[in-house]
Ligand binder design. Sequence first.
Ligand SMILES: [Zn+2]
Ligand SMILES: [Zn+2]
Length: 346
Amino acid sequence: MTTVAAYAAPAAKAPLERTTIERRAVGEFDVLIDIKYAGICHSDIHQVREGWGEAIFPMVPGHEIAGVVSEVGSGVTKFKVGDRVGVGCMVDSCRTCENCLRGEEQYCLEGNVPTYNGIGKDGEPTYGGYSEKVVVDENFVVRIPDGLSLDVAAPLLCAGITTYSPLRHWNAGPGKKVAIVGLGGLGHMGVKLAHAMGAEVTVLSQSLRKKDDGLKLGADHYYATSDPKTFEELAGTFDLIVSTVSAPMDFGALLSLLKVDGALVNVGAPEEPISLNLFSVIGGRKTLAGSMIGGIAQTQEMLDFCAEHGIGAEIELIRADQINEAYERVLASDVRYRFVIDTATI
Ligand SMILES: [Zn+2]
Ligand SMILES: [Zn+2]
């Protein structure tokens, strides 16, 4: 066991504070990672505040981890000391169910082991990336290509793969009209990725406040959802809409913007159930779908794609003692576009 410094919430809704946690000894197939950067995801805040249900405390959030391998177990074949690596939202799964076998460990039938706020196979709670070091099985570690800086790569491990996976699954590419709803941490990655895939990209945001940013990030068009004319003008336009918003949305209105056979994919996770008139999917054979992160192989594919296209997250680097303030700013949508903790300041 190794004692490492970390930032943790001692109880639900409590501010995060500096503490220490124990990391397990490096096992045969484990790698020890010196964490350099950890992104702050909106879901960290949902979980610290128990917005998604009862959680495990103390909680060390953080599932956008970028760092460097500092030790490997005797059986590790994929990584060596000094490798630049990342860890995303899960650190284990059953590895034998049909979903794990086809590389979709995020949908493991026994439930994947989340990077924090979960219980590992050793029966101990998992602690995330707001810490100095983490021990992870090599099969749940990905390589960060040399072309990507670790600070802008960290948010790719959740925000990047969460948007990349549905864009790939629903075939975003040349000739496809794709809308990204919300221009926050997830949305700004969705715009960059869909643009790099060759799709025609529209941002649907509450207001036009971030329009200049959206166009710079790669959007071709930018509309305000607060303007009713948007819904008249864009009716029946899109092949694919990816909604990244975690607040309640008018899904019926968004569905009206799809072409026949179009899909509205939700990757944001509102805390409350929605109500929907099903005629909004019946007319036009439309799909209302969801998508959750991506498998380990696809996460590696996404990182390689980002390196090839020069894509990183737009970040605001903070010290660990600014985490609580950063949470408030995320809740106020006052971040362009991802806070990343410099873990040297923990
Ligand atoms: Zn996340
Ligand atoms: Zn499984």
